[in-house]
Design a protein around this ligand. Sequence first.
Ligand SMILES: C[S@@+](CC[C@H](N)C(=O)[O-])C[C@H]1O[C@@H](n2cnc3c(N)ncnc32)[C@H](O)[C@@H]1O
Length: 283
Amino acid sequence: MTQPMTIGECVAAGARQLSAAGIVDARREARLILAHALGVEPVAVSGYPERPVPDPEAFERLIARRARREPLSHLTGQREFWSLTLETGPATLDPRPDSESLVEAALGVVPDRTAPLSVLDLGTGTGCLLLAVLSELPRAAGLGIDVSPAALAVARRNAERVGMASRTRFEPGDWGRRLDGQFDLILCNPPYIPTGEIAELQPEVADFEPRIALDGGADGLDAYRVVVPDIMRLLAAGGAAVLEFGAGQGAAVTQIVTAEGLVIDRMTRDLAGHERCATIRKR
Ligand SMILES: C[S@@+](CC[C@H](N)C(=O)[O-])C[C@H]1O[C@@H](n2cnc3c(N)ncnc32)[C@H](O)[C@@H]1O
């Protein structure tokens, strides 16, 4: 990049570099990256193209990382989910807008939002699902489980960040294997990409997101075979579990769920209209 002197020149040069790297929304991303580098709100960048950028080096380094297809959220260290601003990074799956349909489905089965419910989140990652659900259930408390200690550290910081540390615990575990007790609401978004399809994903995902958050085994369904029996054991009578799955996996997940003696109450679609999660109950 040549030495840009103004905000407008920085954005234009950054956008050219990102566009050449195959990034579709290059100009918008260049603006967000510049705002992050300068420590200002994005509006301060879009509204004042003539302002000088005395030292564009930090911006240039971030643009170079993004041009290597590192996710924007890894550059900024955060991502919005259900109107919560959460820390994310290399140890965690980036919360996806599609997963908000799981949050909606979970809240949809709660008849009384002021009840003191117990919520379990298996494979919590950033803690996004648990924290989003708890943000709407003021008297509920939650336990997030993950096999990754680094993800658990992020989830704990996120709980602090959104003021929910006193209502949450995050513990290491292999799905629900060593847990006992009964939970009113169980959330789970397990890894569900078939191993052979991971390399075909966008580089932001395939090269930068944790493999353990993506890889669902040969058919993408390995985790469901473990988690569904855990749900059967840990779900309180009258409670519900909401399980996310990949596009086209609804029938296979239904089979695993019903073979365990559980019933599917409802399928919820994501923003693109794909079946995205199953609400499960005991018979
Ligand atoms: C698809 S990510 C979902 C993360 C988060 N719940 C979300 O919706 O963004 C799956 C998560 O499951 C965790 N995981 C993978 N294998 C696990 C296991 N055996 N036991 C517990 N968690 C596991 C991963 O570390 C990852 O955080």
